[in-house]
Design a protein around this ligand. Structure first.
Ligand code: NOJ
Length: 514
């Protein structure tokens, strides 16, 4: 386990939208380098950057055409290596995005596999034996290639599934996970990882990490075996590099597959979803951190606690403010509500991630789809740095920004919030400072709910020897508990005081005591 994860807060960058350094309207790698000091000033020690590889960009770069070449819009391979070096010189780390389950249909491997004559890549993707033979229960395409067969899709129509084999095989064209072709896909994946790790990359966020071996069992044991093999390579050759999975099943991803971290994704009605995005059919948000929410932390805890207990010591659950696939929390949460939500996320165990722009409460905007974003497009808009042209995203007034910036004069910016002592941005910074200061707020220290209950406010929890309380409700609350005796408040948002064994905490407030 790379030790640096214990005390790291990550920052996710959607590269097209972060900072355009060459005036073409699209963010780029040199733009990220320009802003490393800003990211460091937040207290974030590592970045996850969405795919930066050559791609037709029909799914925001998750349709890779060349895993070993940086897309022209972002710069060159040299720029990327330069980014690794610039980050390292500041004590920071860079995770790239690895897409192991599929490629673009423009990838040369796929083009070769579409040929009828047998070649090196005939087995690199999942193909049936006949154009008229589909793959029941799975998406596939047939009739578009010279090759006699149908190929399987892993996501959108232009993302054919790479072949890691099938655990339960019912057809003769289904490869075994230890077949020559599946092993060669696995080796190709390792080769890509080594290519970037050898040049200074510090690890990967792994896209759809659970999607490799098809017809896998309930435990995903065959897919986990692929990752275990990769973890062995990492432990042996790159022991400081880290892997975080898009899986959202920590028992499978951490205990089984050996990932260091696993994202707790926003899935409808799961525990995480009830905290920030509990949208009802009519659009009303009843999430825990809304002042008007139903205030029921048990909906989070019932889902989270079993996962946390079962995976503790095996790896880390990663909670994020948002990611590039999810509505920004400021879609429904006010600045005050965001402060409390972030206070919670940044004081939980595991390794937290902040999505660029969430630290200033950038809004979700309804925008027409761009590059396969669909509803996700509104979460991928350019970073709002200041009030200059294009809000500091691009210095070229003639350039058309990757996505439109907001028109409102009072749109949030980094520049404004740096100057306001109680801004969301400064609150995020304070919280991260605390996390670095107290090991009990970091990844490993025990998390324990103190007073879980349906409508109990505030929610009180323990991290190591610290006691924390959050009251998202609109009412001042008084709660009696011996855990408060003889304690001093070391940090608060809003108002809170301890009186003997009582905590008095104002509406929409948060506190930590020792
Ligand atoms: C998950 C990624 O986060 C998402 O953006 C992408 O569209 C799909 N995987 C397909 O790769």
């Amino acid at each position: 386990m790379p030790g640096w994860l214990r005390d790291t807060v990550f920052y996710e960058v959607y590269p097209s939208s972060f900072r355009d350094s060459n005036g073409d309207g699209i963010g780029d790698i040199n733009g990220i380098i320009e802003k490393l000091d800003y990211i460091k000033s937040l207290g974030c020690g590592a970045l996850w950057i969405n795919p930066v590889f050559d791609s037709p960009f029909r799914d925001g770069g998750y349709d890779v055409r060349d895993y070993k070449k940086v897309a022209e819009r972002f710069g060159t391979n040299e720029d990327l290596v330069n980014l690794f070096n610039e980050a390292h010189s500041r004590g920071m780390k860079i995770l790239l995005d690895l897409v192991p389950g599929h490629t673009s249909d423009e990838h040369p491997w796929f083009k070769a596999s579409c040929r009828q004559e047998k070649n090196e890549y005939s087995g690199r993707y999942v193909w049936t034996s006949h154009a008229f033979e589909g793959i029941p229960g799975h998406p596939y395409i047939s009739g578009t290639t010279d090759r006699e067969g149908a190929y399987m899709l892993n996501f959108f129509a232009f993302q054919p599934a790479l072949n890691y084999g099938w655990l339960n095989r019912t057809e003769k064209w289904m490869s075994a996970p230890d077949s020559e072709e599946a092993v060669s896909t696995r080796e190709a994946l390792k080769d890509i990882m080594r290519f970037w790790l050898d040049q200074g990359c510090d690890g990967f966020r792994v896209d759809m990490a659970d999607s490799l071996v098809k017809n896998d069992d309930d435990r995903k044991s065959a897919t986990a075996a692929v990752w275990r093999e990769i973890r062995e390579m990492m432990d042996r050759d790159y022991p400081e590099a880290a892997l975080v999975s898009e899986w959202s099943n920590p028992v499978q991803a951490l205990n089984g597959a050996g990932f260091h971290m696993d994202f707790y994704l926003d899935h409808l009605h799961n525990g995480y979803n009830t905290l920030l995005r509990d949208y009802e059919a009519g659009g009303e948000d009843n999430s825990f951190f809304r002042k008007k929410g139903k205030g029921d932390i048990t909906r989070f805890l019932d889902d989270y606690m079993p996962k946390y207990r079962a995976s503790r010591g095996q790896g880390y659950i990663s909670m994020f403010t948002c990611n590039h696939d999810t509505y920004r929390p400021a879609r429904t949460l006010s600045e005050k509500e965001l402060k409390l939500a972030y206070a919670f996320i940044l004081t939980m165990p595991g390794v937290p991630f902040i999505y660029y722009g969430d630290e200033i409460g950038m809004k979700y905007r309804d925008l027409p789809t761009k590059e396969g974003g669909y509803h996700r497009t509104g979460t991928r808009t350019p970073m709002q740095w200041d009030h200059s042209e294009h809000m500091g995203f691009s210095d070229n007034p003639e350039a058309e920004p990757y996505l439109p910036l907001p028109d409102e004069e009072n749109a949030v910016t980094v520049e404004d919030q740096l100057n306001q002592p109680h801004s969301l941005l400064n609150t995020v910074k304070e919280l991260i400072v605390l996390r670095h200061r107290y090991k009990y707020l970091q990844a490993d220290a025990l998390f324990e709910p103190v007073n879980p209950g349906k409508e109990k406010m505030p929610f009180v929890y323990r991290r190591g020897s610290l006691i924390l309380a959050v009251n998202p409700s609109g009412k001042r609350q008084r709660v009696e508990n011996s855990v408060f005796e003889d304690r001093t408040i070391i940090y608060k948002i809003g108002k809170a005081a301890i009186d003997g064994s009582d905590l008095i905490i104002d509406a929409q407030s948060f506190m930590i005591c020792k």
